[in-house]
Structure formats: structure tokens, C-alpha cells
Ligand binder design. Structure first.
Ligand code: BV8
Length: 232
């Protein structure tokens, strides 16, 4: 960890697991019998909007019942104390990083607490259900959809992420299975440009072979220990 100045951290559902939010590919990975790939597509939204809204309305409501865990708080501490560059790229659509205090953060796959208007393209902070087709605060039309990047859609802020990956000295991946692209390819980009790559996960991810170092265990233990190490 010597000579590190610019850090990119990628997080996935595993960092929120100990807060009580289900991951996608663990034993609890199904939602009402649906795989995320089946309800997280534009086709599913067109075919069965009630099902897709119910999936996201339920997960949005769940956010009020959970709290950030020690891993979220450790990354917020890193954000507050790290003098160099830092970007936390989360695949998660929950708000636990923000609630722990992270600032240098972006949600590449959207957010549960945001609504996207399919009519006018505006995005609005959103707390309540969408299944009842509320009007867009901007254009008034009832065409709001979850502000979620579905399979087949372009993730948010990819240019900003690519620049950060090319510049970083250290790439850290926390709590992700490495099953979904382009996020699963970030480690290869970072390594190609000379970064050290550290993986912290309950089990080896699909991209484990590309990492310089892998630490296996729960995020709530590994992440605070790593933040302490990098700050001292
Ligand atoms: C795009 C938002 C292109 C919704 C999500 C064939 C080959 C390669 C790629 C493709 C392909 N066919 C299609 C594709 C592209 C596709 C893709 O990758 N498909 C996969 C299935 C093969 N990707 C896309 O479509 C992406 N877009 O490619 O656009 C394009 C180009 C031009 C123009 C237009 C478009 C968009 C993908 C985004 C989909 N949305 N989420 C929601 O969250 O509901 S994906 C969703 O699953 C997550 O966001 C995340 O990205 C992904 C993986 O989930 P994880 O976060 O990794 O969670 P998972 O459960 O899988 O794993 C948890 C891990 O944590 C486990 O390893 C576990 O061991 C660990 N863990 C558990 N507990 C703990 C722990 N670790 C530590 N501590 C613990 N306590």
C-alpha cells in the first residue's frame, strides 16, 4: 500500500448484506421467485410494469428498515480522511453509503430513491411507491419508472469511471460476484494501467484471478481493518 495516492473502490450487494439487504446471487438471491435478470430489463417493464414496480417499491420501502454497517462507515471514514483522490463506485441502488456519510460516490446502476421520467427524461428524488403511476413533478405525465440501470441499458457516468480507473494506483473491489459487466471488467482496466488490485469478498469472485490480492471474509470485518491500514 506504499505510494498510493489515487483510489477507486467498487462495491456490490455484499457490502450491504450485513445490513440486512438481500444479495442477488446468494441463497436469498431470489425475490418472490424472480431472478434480477428477469425483472431488471426494459422488456419486463413494458410487459409487466406492475411486477417491476412492485419489485422496486418493495426494495425502496425496505431501506427504511436497515442501517449502514461497519463497512459503509469505514468507507465514509476513508472519504473524510484520505488526502488523495478517491472515487467510490457502487453497483448498489441502496442509500447506505450516503447515510454513512460517503461523499465521493456515484451509483453506476441508479438508485432506489430516484425516479426517472420515461416521457421527459428528468430524474427526481423519490421516496414513495411508483406502482400507482404518480405524475412526473416536471412534465406531469404518469410515465415515471425506477431510476435503475436495467440489463441492456448503459450504466451511468462510464466516462468518469474509465478516467478514474486509468489514473488510479489502487483498485479495491468489495462484496461483488463479478458477474455483471461492465463493472466486472473494471479490475482488468485498472491492472492494465498499472494499479494494484485488492478484492475483499466472502468468497472468490468470478474475476478473482485478475486481482493482485484477495482477502476473504465479511465486509464488516475486512473493510474497517483495510481502512485503518491504508490511513495509518
Ligand atoms: C450494458 C441494478 C451495454 C438493478 C443491475 C454476455 C457476456 C457479458 C456481458 C453481457 C452478456 N450478455 C449481456 C451482457 C451485458 C450485461 C451483463 O453483464 N449480463 C450478465 C448477467 C452476463 N450487462 C448489462 O446489461 C449492463 N449494461 O452492458 O450495456 C450497452 C452498450 C451500449 C449501449 C447501451 C448498453 C447493465 C447491467 C446493470 C444491471 N443492473 N442492478 C438492481 O440492483 O435491482 S445488476 C446487479 O447485479 C448489481 O447492480 C450488480 O451490478 C450485479 C451483480 O450483483 P453484485 O452486486 O455482485 O451482487 P451478487 O449477489 O451477485 O454478489 C454478492 C457478492 O457479495 C458475492 O460474491 C458474495 O460472496 C459477496 N458477499 C455476500 N455477503 C458478503 C459478501 N462479501 C462480503 N461480506 C459479506 N457479508
Amino acid at each position: 500500500m506504499r505510494g498510493i495516492d489515487r483510489i477507486v473502490v467498487l462495491t456490490g450487494a455484499g457490502i450491504s448484506a450485513e445490513s440486512g439487504l438481500a444479495t442477488f446471487r446468494g441463497p436469498d438471491g431470489l425475490w418472490e421467485g424472480h431472478r434480477v435478470e428477469d425483472v431488471c430489463t426494459p422488456e419486463a417493464l413494458a410487459r409487466d410494469p406492475a411486477l417491476v414496480h412492485a419489485f422496486y417499491d418493495a426494495r425502496r420501502a425496505k431501506l427504511g428498515e436497515v442501517e449502514p454497517n461497519a463497512a459503509h462507515h469505514a468507507l465514509a471514514r476513508l472519504d473524510a480522511e484520505w488526502p488523495g483522490e478517491l472515487l467510490i463506485v457502487t453497483q448498489n441502488v441502496d442509500d447506505l453509503h450516503e447515510r454513512a456519510g460517503a461523499r465521493r460516490l456515484l451509483h453506476m446502476h441508479g438508485e432506489l430513491k430516484s425516479a426517472l421520467c420515461a416521457a421527459c427524461g428528468a430524474r427526481h428524488p423519490w421516496e414513495t411507491p411508483m406502482g400507482n403511476h404518480p405524475p412526473c413533478p416536471g412534465c406531469g405525465q404518469s410515465r415515471l419508472r425506477p431510476d435503475i440501470v436495467f440489463f441492456g441499458e448503459m450504466p451511468y457516468e462510464m466516462e468518469r469511471i474509465d478516467v478514474a480507473l486509468e489514473r488510479c494506483d489502487l483498485f479495491v473491489s468489495i462484496g461483488t460476484s463479478g458477474a455483471v459487466y461492465p463493472a466486472a471488467g473494471f479490475v482488468r482496466t485498472a491492472r492494465h494501467y498499472g494499479a494494484w488490485a485488492l478484492e475483499m469478498n466472502l468468497e472468490p469472485s468470478a474475476g478473482s484471478v485478475y486481482f493482485s490480492e484477495s482477502r476473504m471474509g465479511p465486509a464488516s470485518e475486512l473493510v474497517p481493518a483495510w481502512v485503518e491500514e491504508i490511513l495509518s
